[in-house]
Design a protein around this ligand. Sequence first.
Ligand code: SF4
Length: 401
Amino acid sequence: MKNKLGLYIHIPFCEKKCRYCGFLSFDDLDDHKKNDYIDALCYEIRLCGKEYAGSYIVDTVFIGGGTPSFASAEQIRKITEIIYKSFDITEDAEITIESNPNSLSVEKLREYRSSGINRLSIGVQSMDDDILACLGRVHKKDDVLLAYENAGKIGFENINFDLMFGVPDQTLKQWENTVSEVIKLAPEHISFYSMQLEEGTSFCRNYKKGLLDLTEESIVRKMYHEALHAFKDEGYVHYEISNMARPGAECRHNLKYWSLGEYLSAGLGASSYIRSNLSKESMGYKAGSITGSRFKNTGSMETYLRLTREGYLPIDLKSYHTHTIKESMAVYCFTALRKTKGIDLGDFTKKFGIDFFRAYRERADIIFKYREKGLLKITGTGIALTEKGIDHSNDIMSEFV
Ligand code: SF4
């Protein structure tokens, strides 16, 4: 039987670089360069198919970026066609595209639907035009309303809104307004992240020059908890630190990242994780225990185009890393704690052939200390962060690394 695989496709095009954004994307590619990139991407997907389609069936696809909706409808169709030609795709596959509200024309939305895309993620960030301008976004609130209405009319039944809080100068009131406007629109899924200061961004440069004040951490945390409760009251399920969904609308692709699921990525700088099992008992770990390899594509556009043209997978060989079992356990715990279900103790034993508390016996006192402080909860079946623990998630998760 074939294993399930998530496919991530990176489109590094943006209309204009947002002031906070550290993602690998460009706002200065001309049409010729964009076409070259899409051709290279299609070539890479074909090569990936030759390498992996024999052992895998794809059950999620995520076309992310950048701003995939800034690519033309034909370019996106070309990509989805090559995916379908190169891989077996499950009938119920979740196929997502990320988008910016102002580049979501009716024509594009129709093309996406007819290309098999069934989940739309909209980079809303805020429903306040002043905040959007501060972030350097190219859209306005009205673009969100129009894109959302059109997407619904065209038949999208699974829509995510990406939201951002803790924006410089954002007041609690402004954030509360965004939350209540989003609640009125009622998308199926909501991702809400606090703004982070990323190296190399316009915000970071201004901050270093003393020209930008960041929102106080206590206010950022208040914004998080207020939104969490407001969305919960509307029936959204909190399933990951920054993600909430209508029951059944959890993002299956992103869940792979938090559950040691396998994913293969195509595109500039994109990362992959492919699992393997210990073939025989080694260093006290049972045969069959899970391990895996991580690797990343080159982040250089020039190298990416050249390697794919020459018929090679554009992997940055220096990034290739095969995890030891211990590293796999650490990644499993670290990422599982992002989910509200936390670490599933039964699944841990199934994956690694060892009881969790035996594997982490040297950390047991730390784990119990966090429980006493009310930051972790330990049930018969799992270990998870409490709501209070989420505010200390980085410290707690790093105990497992
Ligand atoms: S649209 Fe998204 S990827 Fe592009 S610059 Fe803005 S935040 Fe970054």
